[in-house]
Ligand binder design. Structure first.
Ligand code: SF4
Length: 280
């Protein structure tokens, strides 16, 4: 067994929160620049220029890319041959979020109770998902998810006999209904299969795939490309002011499901896609 101190997890999470919020990842920036090249709408071009300029300022001055620094979603793959020492995993993650958001001067957006709305004051707790995997490594995928885009997400239960077109329409309609509220150009995470909890989780995990990489399944990759073309014909455009660039990518992931079911979840992510990964 390999021993791993949870203090290392806290330190990693702290760093990832600050890095993700201030340094737009390269794949998103490349996609925004490509969108600018392809954009025909003057408004759309201007917005894309501003988004790229804003990301540059954030990186240089180590300031948040957006005022909404999000809720922290953490996917942990924990190797079965690791023995965690120095405290609990969940507390270590939350301590990392607390320190990252406090020391990084990031906005604290989490309330402890959904109805009483008392801010926790440090952006903890995170939404943490742990999966046991073979080996002696611990991998953290962390995403800071803005509220506006998250609010535009949806789930639908199709019949197993539903057509490809019916599912496409639901995905496209979800992006259309989001309109400017999701701060486009968006990234569209699609989770097909699973059940009531797994479909949205699969959609969220789909957002972790780098822009420009398609599903390894040829049919799904083709579907991703088709959906992207159709979404970019909606005319919503950058920040909803009209144009071609409504989405930067559509990422589909699938999961096994019951014979009577075909759940489809769509998790929308804004242009300020803040995700980072580390292996300990
Ligand atoms: S949806 Fe994204 S870009 Fe828009 S306000 Fe929220 S975090 Fe910022």
């Amino acid at each position: 067994m390999r021993e791993l101190s949870t203090k290392k997890i806290t330190e990693a999470v702290r760093g990832l929160c600050i890095e993700a919020n201030t340094n737009l990842s390269a794949d998103v920036e490349v996609a925004l620049n490509k969108a600018l090249k392809d954009e025909e709408s003057p408004n759309g071009r201007e917005i894309l220029r501003q988004l790229i300029h804003n990301a540059g300022i954030a990186r240089k001055e180590k300031r948040p890319i957006c005022q909404d620094t999000g809720s922290v979603v953490v996917f942990i793959e924990l190797g079965q041959e690791i023995r965690l020492v120095d405290g609990s995993l969940e507390e270590a993650v939350n301590e990392g979020v607390s320190r990252g958001y406090t020391e990084g001067y990031l906005r604290k957006s989490i309330v402890s109770d959904p109805l009483r709305r008392q801010n926790t004051g440090d952006n903890a707790p995170a939404f943490t998902h742990v999966r046991l995997v073979p080996g002696d490594k611990l991998t953290i995928n962390l995403m800071c998810k803005g509220g506006g885009a998250e609010n535009c997400s949806a789930i639908n239960f199709f019949k197993p006999t539903s057509s490809h077109d019916e599912i496409s329409q639901f995905i496209i309609k979800t992006v259309e209904l989001a309109g400017p509220n999701a701060c486009p150009p968006v990234i569209v995470g699609v989770g097909i299969g699973g059940n009531f909890e797994l479909a949205p989780l699969t959609a969220k995990k789909a957002l972790l795939r780098e822009i420009g990489h398609y599903n390894s399944d040829h049919d799904l990759a083709k579907w991703e490309k088709e959906l992207l073309v159709k979404i970019n014909r909606l005319g919503i455009g950058p920040m909803g002011l009209g144009g071609r660039a409504t989405a930067l990518a559509v990422n589909i992931e699938t999961a096994p499901c019951h014979i009577s079911q075909l759940p489809v979840a769509v998790n929308i992510e804004c242009h300020a896609h803040r995700a980072r990964k580390v292996e300990l």
